[in-house]
Design a protein around this ligand. Structure first.
Ligand SMILES: [Fe+2]
Length: 256
């Protein structure tokens, strides 16, 4: 058996052990709120192993970003990142998670059985983000692709910031990002979610405006973000202005 086959077998056995009722609640939540959180998509030892891998990659390969992104309406990014190529080269579990057919099938189930696909753009497949200084934030934006699965590896205590704030069923106006953003924030209810360590959340990130609020103190919020595509995404020619600015290794960024 290859490593990937072993990984998939372990995950499939685990998912098969979850109750149908619980899974239907998650599916319903994803449909209604554009976001579903869980702490048991993987068996606990695998969560611990993936977490250890993410922390190791972060300690070895992190790059600091302190920038504002024009394409999302000049919102800030102040955090450390590990790019896809560093993770692909030095990681095992995170790439296996992304390649897993079992995970894709599970996410497809959560998406009301509408297909969820791997994205056709390597730099955005998986990345690690880490906020650690007071004020570190991942400012308002929509993702390029329809879905994101975010694993929270480290989280500050509740009340110390790094909340997920989000507005479901909204559209990124790429022609007028700043006024589009203001309009959504001025007119829509902003939902807020504290996601504890070792939980993950699946989000309709392409149609849900979202951010991670600034840390109130020096502490740590570390996530592994996986991006996935809808059937529709695969037919479109999706541009990647944001990702290029944040994650490309080859680029030396002003203000970094
Ligand atoms: Fe995002």
């Amino acid at each position: 058996m290859t490593f990937q086959e072993q990984f998939d077998t372990i995950v499939q056995n685990h998912i098969d052990s979850l109750t149908k009722d619980y899974l239907l609640v998650l599916q319903e939540r994803f449909k209604n709120e554009g976001l579903a959180m869980m702490n048991d998509m993987l068996p606990q030892p695998l969560i611990a192993a993936m977490s250890a891998e993410a922390k190791f990659l972060l300690s070895e390969n992190a790059k600091r970003r302190d920038i504002t992104i024009k394409a999302t309406g000049n919102t800030p990014r102040n955090f450390n990142v590990v790019s896809q190529d560093s993770i692909a080269e030095n990681g095992i579990l995170i790439p296996s998670f992304f390649k897993s057919e079992v995970i894709l099938n599970f996410l497809t189930f959560l998406n009301n059985n509408e297909p969820v696909h791997r994205i056709p753009y390597k730099p955005e497949e998986f990345i690690i983000n880490n906020q650690q200084k007071a004020g570190d934030t991942h400012g308002w934006h929509w993702d390029d692709y329809t879905f994101a699965l975010i694993w929270v590896i480290e989280a500050p205590k509740e009340g110390e910031g790094a909340l997920v704030e989000y507005v479901p069923d909204t559209v990124w106006d790429k022609e007028n990002p700043e006024s589009g953003l203001k309009e959504v924030l001025g007119n829509r209810e902003i939902k807020s979610l504290y996601v504890p360590q070792d939980h993950c959340y699946f989000m309709k990130a392409g149609t849900t405006l979202h951010r991670v609020t600034p840390l109130k103190n020096d502490s740590r919020r570390t996530v592994v973000v996986f991006s996935y595509a809808s059937q529709e995404d695969l037919a479109k020619n999706i541009s990647h202005e944001t990702m290029g600015e944040i994650y490309e290794n080859s680029k030396d960024l002003v203000g970094v």
